[in-house]
Design a protein around this ligand. Sequence first.
Ligand code: CUA
Length: 319
Amino acid sequence: MNGFSPWLPEASHTAFQTDLIFLGLCIAAGLIVVLVAALIIVFSVRYRAGSKAPRHKLPGFLARDLEIGWTFATLIAFLFFFGWAAAQDFTLLHSVPGALTIHVMGKQWMWKAEYPGGQREIDSLHVPLGTPVRLVLNSQDVIHSFYVPALRLKRDAVPGLTQTLSFTATRAGTYPLYCAEFCGTSHSHMLGSITVEEPEDYARWLTAQPQGDSLAAAGAERFRSFGCSGCHMGRGPVRAPDLTGIYGHPVPLADGRTIIADEAYIRDSILNPKKDVASGYAPVMPSFAGRISESALIELVAYIRSLANDTALNRGGQP
Ligand code: CUA
Protein backbone atom coordinates (compact mmCIF):
# COMPACT_ATOMS: atom_id res chain seq x y z
CA MET A 1 0.00 0.00 0.00
CA ASN A 2 2.69 2.52 0.87
CA GLY A 3 5.50 1.04 -1.15
CA PHE A 4 7.12 4.32 -2.16
CA SER A 5 6.63 6.50 0.89
CA PRO A 6 6.89 4.67 4.17
CA TRP A 7 7.06 8.01 5.98
CA LEU A 8 3.89 9.55 4.53
CA PRO A 9 0.68 7.51 4.46
CA GLU A 10 -1.15 7.16 1.16
CA ALA A 11 -4.64 7.95 2.30
CA SER A 12 -6.49 8.70 -0.93
CA HIS A 13 -7.33 6.87 -4.15
CA THR A 14 -4.90 8.99 -6.16
CA ALA A 15 -2.02 8.92 -3.68
CA PHE A 16 -0.26 5.90 -5.20
CA GLN A 17 -0.35 7.39 -8.72
CA THR A 18 0.96 10.72 -7.41
CA ASP A 19 3.84 8.94 -5.70
CA LEU A 20 4.56 6.97 -8.86
CA ILE A 21 4.76 10.18 -10.92
CA PHE A 22 7.03 11.74 -8.29
CA LEU A 23 9.28 8.67 -8.21
CA GLY A 24 9.38 8.52 -12.01
CA LEU A 25 10.37 12.18 -12.24
CA CYS A 26 13.05 11.72 -9.58
CA ILE A 27 14.52 8.74 -11.44
CA ALA A 28 14.45 10.51 -14.82
CA ALA A 29 15.92 13.72 -13.38
CA GLY A 30 18.47 11.71 -11.35
CA LEU A 31 19.67 9.80 -14.42
CA ILE A 32 20.12 13.03 -16.36
CA VAL A 33 21.97 14.69 -13.48
CA VAL A 34 24.32 11.70 -13.17
CA LEU A 35 24.92 11.60 -16.93
CA VAL A 36 25.61 15.33 -17.25
CA ALA A 37 27.80 15.42 -14.12
CA ALA A 38 29.79 12.40 -15.32
CA LEU A 39 30.33 14.01 -18.75
CA ILE A 40 31.46 17.27 -17.12
CA ILE A 41 34.00 15.43 -14.97
CA VAL A 42 35.26 13.18 -17.81
CA PHE A 43 35.55 16.07 -20.27
CA SER A 44 37.22 18.43 -17.83
CA VAL A 45 39.89 15.84 -17.11
CA ARG A 46 40.27 14.68 -20.73
CA TYR A 47 40.36 18.16 -22.26
CA ARG A 48 42.22 19.96 -19.46
CA ALA A 49 44.73 22.59 -20.53
CA GLY A 50 47.79 20.99 -22.07
CA SER A 51 46.30 17.48 -22.48
CA LYS A 52 47.14 15.56 -25.65
CA ALA A 53 43.52 14.50 -26.31
CA PRO A 54 42.52 14.95 -29.99
CA ARG A 55 40.53 18.14 -30.62
CA HIS A 56 39.60 17.67 -34.26
CA LYS A 57 36.09 18.23 -35.65
CA LEU A 58 33.55 15.54 -34.66
CA PRO A 59 32.08 13.21 -37.29
CA GLY A 60 28.55 14.15 -38.46
CA PHE A 61 26.89 11.39 -36.48
CA LEU A 62 28.19 12.67 -33.15
CA ALA A 63 27.92 16.37 -33.99
CA ARG A 64 24.36 16.38 -35.34
CA ASP A 65 22.39 13.13 -35.18
CA LEU A 66 23.23 12.33 -31.57
CA GLU A 67 22.42 15.90 -30.53
CA ILE A 68 19.02 15.83 -32.25
CA GLY A 69 18.34 12.32 -30.97
CA TRP A 70 18.93 13.00 -27.32
CA THR A 71 17.16 16.35 -27.41
CA PHE A 72 14.04 14.66 -28.80
CA ALA A 73 14.31 11.69 -26.47
CA THR A 74 14.31 13.92 -23.38
CA LEU A 75 11.55 16.10 -24.86
CA ILE A 76 9.33 13.08 -25.38
CA ALA A 77 10.17 11.61 -21.99
CA PHE A 78 9.18 14.81 -20.21
CA LEU A 79 6.08 15.34 -22.36
CA PHE A 80 5.08 11.86 -21.24
CA PHE A 81 5.45 12.97 -17.60
CA PHE A 82 3.48 16.11 -18.35
CA GLY A 83 0.61 14.09 -19.86
CA TRP A 84 0.68 11.60 -17.02
CA ALA A 85 0.60 14.29 -14.31
CA ALA A 86 -2.05 16.33 -16.15
CA ALA A 87 -4.31 13.27 -16.48
CA GLN A 88 -3.84 12.64 -12.78
CA ASP A 89 -4.74 16.24 -11.98
CA PHE A 90 -7.90 15.98 -14.07
CA THR A 91 -9.11 13.10 -11.91
CA LEU A 92 -9.09 15.56 -8.99
CA LEU A 93 -11.41 17.85 -10.94
CA HIS A 94 -13.79 15.14 -12.01
CA SER A 95 -16.41 14.49 -9.40
CA VAL A 96 -18.61 11.46 -9.02
CA PRO A 97 -22.35 12.25 -9.10
CA GLY A 98 -23.70 12.25 -5.59
CA ALA A 99 -20.34 12.95 -3.96
CA LEU A 100 -20.45 14.54 -0.53
CA THR A 101 -19.95 18.26 -1.14
CA ILE A 102 -18.10 20.25 1.52
CA HIS A 103 -17.50 23.96 1.13
CA VAL A 104 -14.05 25.02 2.31
CA MET A 105 -13.15 28.65 2.64
CA GLY A 106 -9.73 30.05 3.37
CA LYS A 107 -9.43 33.32 5.24
CA GLN A 108 -6.68 35.01 7.21
CA TRP A 109 -5.87 32.75 9.02
CA MET A 110 -8.12 29.78 9.18
CA TRP A 111 -9.92 27.16 7.14
CA LYS A 112 -13.69 27.12 7.50
CA ALA A 113 -15.64 24.07 6.38
CA GLU A 114 -19.40 23.89 5.86
CA TYR A 115 -21.28 20.63 5.43
CA PRO A 116 -24.51 20.15 3.48
CA GLY A 117 -26.43 19.72 6.74
CA GLY A 118 -25.27 23.15 7.93
CA GLN A 119 -22.57 21.81 10.28
CA ARG A 120 -19.49 24.01 10.48
CA GLU A 121 -15.89 23.47 11.45
CA ILE A 122 -12.82 25.63 11.75
CA ASP A 123 -9.34 24.29 10.94
CA SER A 124 -10.68 20.79 10.86
CA LEU A 125 -12.49 18.55 8.40
CA HIS A 126 -14.20 15.21 8.82
CA VAL A 127 -14.74 12.91 5.86
CA PRO A 128 -16.10 9.36 5.64
CA LEU A 129 -13.76 6.60 4.53
CA GLY A 130 -14.27 5.21 1.02
CA THR A 131 -16.86 7.84 0.09
CA PRO A 132 -16.35 10.21 -2.83
CA VAL A 133 -15.93 13.73 -1.48
CA ARG A 134 -15.98 16.96 -3.42
CA LEU A 135 -14.50 20.10 -1.88
CA VAL A 136 -15.63 23.47 -3.19
CA LEU A 137 -12.80 25.86 -2.46
CA ASN A 138 -12.94 29.63 -2.08
CA SER A 139 -11.00 32.37 -0.37
CA GLN A 140 -12.43 35.32 1.44
CA ASP A 141 -9.37 37.57 1.24
CA VAL A 142 -6.01 36.60 -0.25
CA ILE A 143 -4.60 33.54 -2.01
CA HIS A 144 -4.29 30.52 0.26
CA SER A 145 -3.44 26.99 -0.72
CA PHE A 146 -5.31 23.98 0.63
CA TYR A 147 -2.72 21.26 1.14
CA VAL A 148 -3.14 17.79 2.64
CA PRO A 149 0.03 15.78 1.96
CA ALA A 150 -1.39 12.46 3.17
CA LEU A 151 -4.21 12.71 0.65
CA ARG A 152 -1.89 14.18 -2.01
CA LEU A 153 -4.30 17.09 -2.36
CA LYS A 154 -3.25 20.62 -3.12
CA ARG A 155 -5.14 23.47 -4.70
CA ASP A 156 -5.03 27.23 -4.35
CA ALA A 157 -7.94 29.03 -2.75
CA VAL A 158 -8.15 32.21 -4.81
CA PRO A 159 -10.46 35.13 -4.11
CA GLY A 160 -13.09 35.41 -6.82
CA LEU A 161 -12.44 31.91 -8.10
CA THR A 162 -14.32 28.74 -7.22
CA GLN A 163 -12.33 25.53 -7.52
CA THR A 164 -13.19 21.97 -6.74
CA LEU A 165 -11.15 19.02 -5.54
CA SER A 166 -12.51 15.48 -5.70
CA PHE A 167 -11.08 12.58 -3.81
CA THR A 168 -11.92 9.39 -1.98
CA ALA A 169 -10.10 8.78 1.28
CA THR A 170 -8.86 5.22 1.56
CA ARG A 171 -7.26 5.09 4.97
CA ALA A 172 -8.67 6.12 8.32
CA GLY A 173 -6.67 8.52 10.45
CA THR A 174 -6.12 12.17 11.24
CA TYR A 175 -3.84 14.00 8.86
CA PRO A 176 -2.41 17.51 8.90
CA LEU A 177 -3.90 20.22 6.71
CA TYR A 178 -1.66 23.12 5.74
CA CYS A 179 -1.87 26.43 3.98
CA ALA A 180 0.85 26.22 1.35
CA GLU A 181 0.79 29.82 0.16
CA PHE A 182 2.32 32.67 2.11
CA CYS A 183 -0.77 34.66 3.00
CA GLY A 184 0.27 37.13 5.68
CA THR A 185 1.87 37.34 9.10
CA SER A 186 0.07 34.34 10.59
CA HIS A 187 0.36 32.11 7.54
CA SER A 188 2.36 29.58 9.52
CA HIS A 189 -0.49 29.26 12.03
CA MET A 190 -2.99 28.37 9.32
CA LEU A 191 -2.89 24.71 10.22
CA GLY A 192 -5.62 22.19 10.62
CA SER A 193 -6.41 18.52 10.38
CA ILE A 194 -8.55 16.26 8.31
CA THR A 195 -10.05 13.22 9.98
CA VAL A 196 -10.90 10.23 7.82
CA GLU A 197 -13.21 7.88 9.68
CA GLU A 198 -15.51 4.92 9.12
CA PRO A 199 -18.87 6.03 7.69
CA GLU A 200 -20.61 5.07 10.96
CA ASP A 201 -18.20 7.16 13.01
CA TYR A 202 -18.59 10.00 10.55
CA ALA A 203 -22.39 9.83 10.85
CA ARG A 204 -22.06 9.82 14.64
CA TRP A 205 -19.75 12.83 14.52
CA LEU A 206 -22.14 14.64 12.20
CA THR A 207 -25.16 14.16 14.43
CA ALA A 208 -23.15 15.32 17.46
CA GLN A 209 -22.53 18.70 15.82
CA PRO A 210 -24.68 21.66 16.81
CA GLN A 211 -27.71 21.51 14.57
CA GLY A 212 -28.26 24.54 12.40
CA ASP A 213 -30.34 24.90 9.31
CA SER A 214 -29.05 22.91 6.40
CA LEU A 215 -27.05 25.04 3.98
CA ALA A 216 -29.82 24.78 1.41
CA ALA A 217 -32.52 25.79 3.90
CA ALA A 218 -30.44 28.74 5.07
CA GLY A 219 -29.90 29.59 1.39
CA ALA A 220 -33.63 29.54 0.71
CA GLU A 221 -34.03 32.10 3.47
CA ARG A 222 -31.27 34.26 1.93
CA PHE A 223 -32.94 33.88 -1.45
CA ARG A 224 -35.95 35.64 -0.01
CA SER A 225 -34.16 38.18 2.19
CA PHE A 226 -31.88 39.36 -0.62
CA GLY A 227 -34.89 39.70 -2.87
CA CYS A 228 -33.73 37.10 -5.41
CA SER A 229 -37.08 35.40 -5.36
CA GLY A 230 -38.81 38.56 -6.59
CA CYS A 231 -37.35 38.21 -10.07
CA HIS A 232 -36.24 34.58 -10.20
CA MET A 233 -39.59 33.16 -9.22
CA GLY A 234 -41.49 35.13 -11.80
CA ARG A 235 -43.63 37.11 -9.39
CA GLY A 236 -42.05 40.55 -9.79
CA PRO A 237 -42.12 42.91 -12.75
CA VAL A 238 -38.65 41.76 -13.92
CA ARG A 239 -38.25 38.52 -15.81
CA ALA A 240 -35.19 36.55 -14.69
CA PRO A 241 -34.12 32.96 -15.39
CA ASP A 242 -35.91 30.28 -13.44
CA LEU A 243 -33.23 28.56 -11.38
CA THR A 244 -35.02 25.28 -10.82
CA GLY A 245 -33.05 22.38 -12.23
CA ILE A 246 -30.37 24.70 -13.58
CA TYR A 247 -27.49 23.33 -11.52
CA GLY A 248 -25.20 21.01 -13.45
CA HIS A 249 -26.86 21.78 -16.77
CA PRO A 250 -25.68 23.83 -19.75
CA VAL A 251 -26.93 27.41 -19.94
CA PRO A 252 -26.95 29.20 -23.32
CA LEU A 253 -25.50 32.69 -22.95
CA ALA A 254 -26.44 35.92 -24.70
CA ASP A 255 -23.11 36.01 -26.57
CA GLY A 256 -23.61 32.54 -28.03
CA ARG A 257 -21.42 30.60 -25.62
CA THR A 258 -22.75 27.84 -23.41
CA ILE A 259 -21.67 27.39 -19.83
CA ILE A 260 -22.30 24.63 -17.30
CA ALA A 261 -24.14 25.99 -14.26
CA ASP A 262 -21.74 24.80 -11.58
CA GLU A 263 -20.83 26.43 -8.27
CA ALA A 264 -18.41 28.80 -9.98
CA TYR A 265 -21.03 30.00 -12.46
CA ILE A 266 -23.70 30.53 -9.80
CA ARG A 267 -21.28 32.39 -7.59
CA ASP A 268 -20.04 34.56 -10.47
CA SER A 269 -23.62 35.29 -11.47
CA ILE A 270 -24.32 36.70 -8.03
CA LEU A 271 -21.13 38.75 -7.72
CA ASN A 272 -20.64 39.71 -11.36
CA PRO A 273 -23.99 39.20 -13.12
CA LYS A 274 -23.02 41.09 -16.28
CA LYS A 275 -20.23 38.63 -17.06
CA ASP A 276 -22.21 35.65 -18.34
CA VAL A 277 -25.75 36.79 -19.12
CA ALA A 278 -28.21 34.01 -19.92
CA SER A 279 -29.53 34.10 -23.46
CA GLY A 280 -32.90 35.82 -23.81
CA TYR A 281 -32.56 37.98 -20.69
CA ALA A 282 -31.62 41.60 -20.24
CA PRO A 283 -28.46 42.28 -18.16
CA VAL A 284 -30.41 44.06 -15.44
CA MET A 285 -29.39 42.14 -12.33
CA PRO A 286 -27.40 44.27 -9.88
CA SER A 287 -24.10 42.94 -8.55
CA PHE A 288 -24.14 41.65 -4.99
CA ALA A 289 -20.36 41.99 -4.58
CA GLY A 290 -19.63 43.61 -1.25
CA ARG A 291 -23.23 43.25 -0.13
CA ILE A 292 -23.20 39.56 0.62
CA SER A 293 -21.00 37.63 3.04
CA GLU A 294 -19.04 34.55 2.08
CA SER A 295 -21.22 32.27 4.17
CA ALA A 296 -24.37 33.74 2.63
CA LEU A 297 -22.90 33.03 -0.80
CA ILE A 298 -22.19 29.43 0.12
CA GLU A 299 -25.74 29.04 1.38
CA LEU A 300 -27.25 30.58 -1.74
CA VAL A 301 -25.16 28.32 -3.97
CA ALA A 302 -26.22 25.30 -1.89
CA TYR A 303 -29.85 26.34 -2.22
CA ILE A 304 -29.67 26.69 -6.01
CA ARG A 305 -27.85 23.35 -6.15
CA SER A 306 -30.65 21.81 -4.13
CA LEU A 307 -33.13 22.97 -6.75
CA ALA A 308 -31.47 20.64 -9.24
CA ASN A 309 -33.82 17.76 -8.62
CA ASP A 310 -36.76 19.84 -7.64
CA THR A 311 -40.31 19.80 -8.78
CA ALA A 312 -42.54 22.81 -9.33
CA LEU A 313 -43.48 22.63 -5.63
CA ASN A 314 -40.29 24.37 -4.54
CA ARG A 315 -40.71 27.08 -7.09
CA GLY A 316 -43.32 28.64 -4.90
CA GLY A 317 -46.21 26.98 -6.62
CA GLN A 318 -45.33 28.13 -10.12
CA PRO A 319 -46.24 25.43 -12.63
CU1 CUA B 1 -3.32 30.97 4.22
CU2 CUA B 1 -0.97 30.78 4.08
